[in-house]
Design a protein around this ligand. Structure first.
Ligand SMILES: NC(=O)C1=CN([C@@H]2O[C@H](COP(=O)(O)OP(=O)(O)OC[C@H]3O[C@@H](n4cnc5c(N)ncnc54)[C@H](OP(=O)(O)O)[C@@H]3O)[C@@H](O)[C@H]2O)C=CC1
Ligand SMILES: O=C(O)C1=N[C@H](C(=O)O)C[C@H](O)C1
Length: 245
């Protein structure tokens, strides 16, 4: 396939390596300095978008307008998701979006929801979520941290919303604490903890590098070619996993 990479930074370069390994061709490498009006859209099968929270929505709309299927890994733009979903469907275009494309994290999402369901039985545990990332990350909390928190809230009656503890103290027992830490060179670590007076259970995912995120996005690009509609990585992951086993 001919792939355009929108956002040629840490992730864009990692994605390029996987694309080449899997026999694809990179036909565009777009950064903040690129002129999108100069792109030859007829030469592109799929766009993979890992840019910046402030840039993603305009890039997604550009792809919708040109009917270019797009895989969106960028985080921090989700307040515009509903509008862009509507625009995508109205123009009969295609998109896959997700806060985390790694297979390991998507397994973690499943376990997180299952554990939260068990913990909903009022066992006296307090839940907290923490994410740790590299110091260049622009958004906090991480998109993955938000997905984890929302999935816990969906299962547990105790929690009604999450709050980023770095910005304010937790305001009540109905609030799930979501902490963020920034340390040099950390690709992405997510920790869910349940604690009471007797013990503590930790569920931890540690990314050792960015390969998992990149591979998942390339598998999604292969999947979305010639499709139409709006898909989340969570819903298509079971199909993607079949492609690599
Ligand atoms: N869903 C997932 O699995 C994952 C998501 N991410 C997310 O992906 C995003 C990118 O991460 P990362 O690669 O580490 O970030 P980097 O800062 O390393 O790279 C960002 C790239 O985007 C470019 N960019 C900025 N503005 C635009 C624009 N308007 N159009 C196109 N490109 C633009 C930058 O260009 P320039 O250098 O000129 O500024 C740079 O090349 C983040 O939101 C991150 O959270 C990261 C890992 C996994
Ligand atoms: O910015 C990153 O690096 C990452 N961003 C994503 C997020 O915000 O969850 C995914 C991954 O953890 C790396």
């Amino acid at each position: 396939m001919n792939i355009a990479i929108f956002g040629y930074g840490k992730m864009g370069k990692e994605i390029e390596k996987i694309l080449i390994e899997r026999g694809h061709k990179v036909v565009e490498r777009i950064t903040s300095k690129s002129d999108k009006s100069a792109i030859n859209t007829s030469n592109i099968d799929v766009v993979i978008e890992f840019s910046s929270p402030h840039a993603a929505a305009a890039n997604i709309q550009f792809c919708i307008d040109h009917k270019l299927p797009i895989v969106i890994g960028t985080t921090g733009w989700y307040e515009q998701l509903d509008t862009l979903k509507q625009n995508c469907n109205a123009n009969q275009s295609a998109m896959v979006y997700g806060t985390n494309f790694s297979i390991g994290v998507n397994i973690f999402f499943t376990i997180n929801s299952a554990l939260a369901k068990i913990m909903n039985a009022n066992l006296g545990y307090t839940c907290t979520v923490k994410e740790v990332h590299h110091t260049e990350k622009k958004d906090a909390p991480s998109g993955t941290g938000i997905t984890i928190a929302e999935d816990i809230i969906a299962e547990m009656d105790t929690y009604q919303k999450w709050e980023n503890v770095n910005k304010s103290e937790i305001s009540g027992p109905e609030v799930l604490s979501l902490a963020s830490e920034r340390l040099p060179d950390v690709p992405g670590t997510h920790i869910v903890s349940y604690e009471n007076n007797i013990d503590r259970i930790d569920l931890i995912h540690t990314a050792k590098n960015r390969t998992g995120f990149a591979l998942g996005s390339v598998l999604a690009a292969e999947w979305i070619k010639n499709k139409q509609g709006v898909f989340s990585i969570k819903e298509i992951m079971p199909e993607l996993i079949k492609e690599i086993i």
